[in-house]
Design a protein around this ligand. Structure first.
Ligand code: CUA
Length: 330
């Protein structure tokens, strides 16, 4: 498709690249068509209807319904095609497949810190397998940054105090530029890096060289060891268990559930809620419990909190039944 590989566009290296480019080219085509049409008509009319003498008076007109309908309906239809097309792309690009590889991204003046589900961490470099969806969860330790990989056509803000998400599926082995696309201070322009797309075998080798384990690139299988280790280390299960007299709410199946709070309101236990409840547990107290939990604000890093949340998710999905002693039974 020669039209879609125009040289001014970055390389197409992800599933989303071509569809995004097609819409972009469609927008350019429509804008240039009408831009040129309007410019040509301005020139033509100013010559054609130039006032010839002082007494020259144009004929009075009182509107033209046909013409007005035409210039309302045609642009409406064109705008709706842009809307519909954009909507489809938006949904595709913001809803990752359920089995995606989870990578955690922290923006920090002035670097990108990346963590793989199985443990390895990287700075300003990200290694990913080809033809496999990768879901990024982003946050920031200071100001707003923006994770931008032109070849994948993704750009997502990393915002302090909350999680944002994006995903991609690389289609070509290679090395692609990673930028920060939000001015974030004096060294913003140096906040750059690389995304390395590797074959799935190479990726597995790369991970196993660092962890001693071979990651499973299969639906639902990602290493949980990080989050589980932290959960055990801080003895979270000592309070959070299902038995009578527990000091904290039972966390099995917590992810995605509706949680009733002391003040009568209800919240969904999503990633942002879980993160807040680990960092500052006093803000939202679950109904029936006392505000006993200490804050982990300065104890756990963003990476560790993310690992715990990933752990709770898997626990929830039933793939990891576990009793209050923290021993895995599956
Ligand atoms: Cu980080 Cu610009």
């Amino acid at each position: 498709m020669p039209l879609l590989s125009l040289s001014f566009l970055p390389e197409q290296a992800a599933v989303a690249s071509k569809p995004v480019d097609s819409l972009f080219i469609y927008l350019i085509f429509i804008s240039s068509f009408f831009g040129l049409l309007i410019a040509a008509m301005i020139i033509f009319f100013s010559i054609r209807y130039k006032r010839k003498s002082e007494s020259d008076r144009p004929k009075e007109i009182h509107g033209n319904n046909k013409l007005e309908m035409l210039w309302t309906i045609i642009p409406l239809i064109i705008s709706l095609t842009i809307f519909g097309w954009g909507l489809v792309l938006y949904f595709n690009n913001y809803r990752p497949p359920a089995h995606a590889l989870e990578v955690f991204v922290v923006g920090k003046q002035w670097m990108w810190k990346l963590q793989h589900p199985s443990g390895p961490r990287e700075i300003d470099e990200l290694h990913v397998p080809i033809n496999y969806p990768v879901r990024l969860t982003l946050t920031s330790e200071d100001v707003i940054h923006s994770f931008y990989v032109p070849a994948f056509r993704i750009k997502m803000d990393a915002v302090p105090g909350r999680y944002t998400h994006t995903w991609f599926q690389a289609t070509k082995v290679g090395k692609y530029h990673l930028f920060c696309a939000e001015y974030c201070g004096t060294e913003h322009s140096k906040m750059i890096g690389w995304v390395h797309v590797m074959s799935q075998e190479d990726y597995q080798k790369w991970i196993s060289e660092r962890t001693g384990q071979t990651p499973m690139l299969e639906p639902g299988a990602s290493a949980l060891s990080e989050g589980e280790k932290i959960f055990q280390k801080y003895r979270c299960f000592a309070c959070h268990h299902a038995a009578a007299g527990a000091l904290g709410p039972d966390l099995s199946g917590i992810y995605g559930k509706q949680v009733k709070l002391l003040d009568g309101t209800t919240v969904t236990a999503d990633e942002n809620y879980l993160r807040e409840s680990i960092k500052t547990p006093q803000i939202k107290i679950v109904e029936g419990y006392a505000p006993l939990m200490p804050t982990f604000e300065n104890i756990l890093s963003e990476e560790q909190i993310f690992a715990i949340i990933e752990y709770l998710k898997k626990w929830n999905s039933g793939t990891l039944p576990q009793d209050a002693e923290g021993t895995q039974s599956a």
